[in-house]
Design a protein around this ligand. Structure first.
Ligand code: ATP
Ligand code: MG
Length: 568
């Protein structure tokens, strides 16, 4: 099977398999599970997916795709208190957007509540589980430490009959939440803390988004996950490294069901962690609930929907995940590598347009007042089939305020009196002076254009160091532009212990400004469209944008600090 893979990839750049793919290839080669490959992505619907989940999705769906297997989508909905259908729907949308398909294999752990309950009953009857009347605090206090054994519960040796009676009454709603739990009777002295009589079921009296009030007891993750894998025929249960210590327990419960012919296997890889943001769903939910961001899809959020609204493409996210790879060691990934990935991708697909964010007027004094001359702009020099568009050139235009200096330092190649500069796709102009207000602020700049230097004409070949973007004062349109920066001020907000994470938010992560944009941009801007604002960066049309109120979100600036660092 492993060799076949290389044949599938024939002609493409041959990449070596990562360690998970290798393990899968070996199992297939050895004919395990009848040669079947079935993975699963198991989100808990208690929040929106983030880029860390994208790493898991690319692994789970990707490895199945690679070896001709299948991948299930299974909602791990075992805790009704935090879960909601809103999250279920958003998760489905995000996975589809990333380009993956679970086909007809959409499952819910809650579908297995009856089977799990039956298994618990069987284990009770076989003396492998007992009802403990202690509080969670008491149980925790008896856990012991990794080097000292725990203490056995005084309820550990109840008879199966009594345990069964209590468990059934727990589920009938007879007892309060927290009053009793069902525990596996394993070994309070085990060197693996997870084996010290782990909790299998707890009482929750909150309606479940799918099963309503049917159940009063809900299985814990460890009692639900492996068995759910088994019920679905999952062969490879790929998860993140924090589950390594859970693996023996996963295998312990699965063995209650599985045999030689088929047994799911857990494999772990390192989580995705990113600088200047965080991946905790609990904290992201807090940001949303407290209004510290504009919602789960706020373009500053590391969520998939936030990245989508920010202008990220599925390809850019996948390329980034490919670049960081999968290992057995935890790491903190540099967000500038993600930014590099989106820049590279948008460079290939985004049309170049003119937008002025901080305008100052320029009057081309020798250009006729009523004249409009169309100039032609290449949509994308990276794309041979990208085509061109037209932009009106007029006597009055706007340029960026920072592109003019009255008294510049040496080597200033933008607009300054007595020097020539090129107007992108237009003419070469000579700056002749400017007008200032009483406070010395520049009000207007004056230039003369050279009619022989229109872009594309021989005269335009003249050597001029600076090229500026501009828009026609007569034809430009206004647009709202949201300039985003990193959400947190510190590199690793999760590692800060001194301060609450909310105090570490970057107060300048959003600036809103009004830009002047060329007509072509105003005419073509529909939600989701991506553009390169020349000399500024990549921008995406926001979902709330309308023809009367165009809104652009800045995806990322043009300057690539990551590529620069690497070149050093
Ligand atoms: P919770 O704290 O609620 O458990 P979670 O982030 O683990 O949050 P899940 O919905 O349980 O959320 O995650 C679904 C899958 O995504 C799991 O298999 C998990 O291992 C994986 N996953 C979650 N976070 C990351 C991450 N940062 N990098 C890679 N995979 C992740
Ligand atoms: Mg989890």
């Amino acid at each position: 099977m492993a060799e076949e893979i290389f044949e599938i990839n024939e002609g493409e750049e041959k990449k070596s398999l990562n360690f998970v793919q290798q393990l899968v290839a070996e199992d297939l080669k050895a004919g395990k599970n009848g040669g079947r490959l079935n993975t699963r992505f198991p989100p808990e619907p208690n929040g929106y997916l983030h880029i860390g989940h994208a790493k898991a999705i690319c692994m789970d769906f990707g490895v199945a795709e690679m070896f001709g297997g299948t991948c299930n989508l299974r909602f791990d909905d075992t805790n009704p208190i935090k879960e909601d259908v809103e999250y279920v729907e958003s998760i489905k949308e995000d996975i589809k957007w990333l380009g993956y398909d679970w086909g007809d294999r959409l499952y819910y752990a809650s579908d297995y509540f009856p089977k799990l309950y039956d298994l618990a009953v069987r284990m009770i009857k076989e003396g492998k589980a007992y009802v403990d009347d202690q509080t969670s605090e008491q149980i925790a206090a008896q856990k012991g430490t990794p080097t000292t054994p725990g203490t056995e519960s005084p309820y550990r040796n109840r008879t199966p009959e009594e345990n069964l009676d209590l468990f059934e009454r727990m589920n009938a709603g007879e007892f309060d939440e927290g009053a009793r739990v069902l525990r596996a009777k394993i070994d309070m002295a085990s060197s693996n803390m997870h084996f010290r009589d782990p909790i299998m079921y707890r009482i929750i009296k909150h309606p479940h988004h799918r099963t309503g009030d049917k159940w009063k007891v809900y299985p814990m993750y460890d009692f639900a996950h492996g068995q759910s894998d088994y019920f679905e025929g999952v062969t490879h249960s790929i998860c993140t490294l924090e589950f390594v210590p859970h693996r023996p327990l996963y295998e312990y419960f699965v063995k209650e069901l599985a045999d030689e012919s088929y047994c799911p296997r857990q494999i772990e890889f390192n989580r995705l962690n990113l600088t200047y943001t965080l991946m905790s769903k609990r904290k992201l939910l807090q940001l949303v609930k407290e209004g510290l961001v504009a919602g789960w899809d706020d373009p500053r959020m590391p969520t998939i929907c936030g990245l989508r609204r920010r202008g990220y493409t599925p390809e850019s996210i996948k390329n980034f995940i490919d670049a960081i790879g999968y290992t057995k060691y935890e790491a903190l990934n540099d967000i500038s590598l993600l930014e590099h990935a989106v820049r590279e991708d948008l460079n290939k697909r985004a049309n170049r347009v003119s937008a002025v964010l901080d305008p100052v007027k320029v009057v081309i004094t020798n250009f006729p007042e009523d004249k409009t001359e169309m100039v032609t702009i290449e949509n994308n020099p990276e794309d041979p089939n990208g085509g061109t568009h037209e932009m009106p050139f007029t006597r009055e235009i706007f340029i960026e305020r920072e592109d003019f200096m009255e008294n510049p330092p040496k080597k200033y190649f933008r607009m300054t009196p007595g020097k020539e500069v090129r107007l992108k796709a237009g003419y070469i102009v000579m700056c002749t002076g400017c007008k200032k207000d009483a406070d010395g602020n520049i009000e207007e700049i004056y230039c003369e254009y050279d009619p022989e230097t229109k872009s594309g004409m021989p005269g335009s070949m003249r050597k001029v160091k600076g090229t500026l973007h501009w828009v026609s004062a007569k034809y430009c349109k206004k647009a709202t532009v949201r300039l985003y920066d990193r959400l947190f001020m510190v590199e690793n907000p999760s590692a800060e212990t001194e301060k609450d994470f909310r105090e570490l938010l970057n107060p300048d992560s959003l600036k809103v400004t009004t830009a002047l944009i060329e007509p072509y941009l105003a005419e073509t801007a529909v939600a989701g469209n991506k553009y390169q604002f020349q000399r500024i960066g990549y921008f995406c049309v926001d979902k709330d944008s309308t023809a009367d109120n165009l809104i652009f979100n800045k995806t990322i600036g043009l300057k690539d600090s990551w590529a620069k660092e690497k070149a050093k």
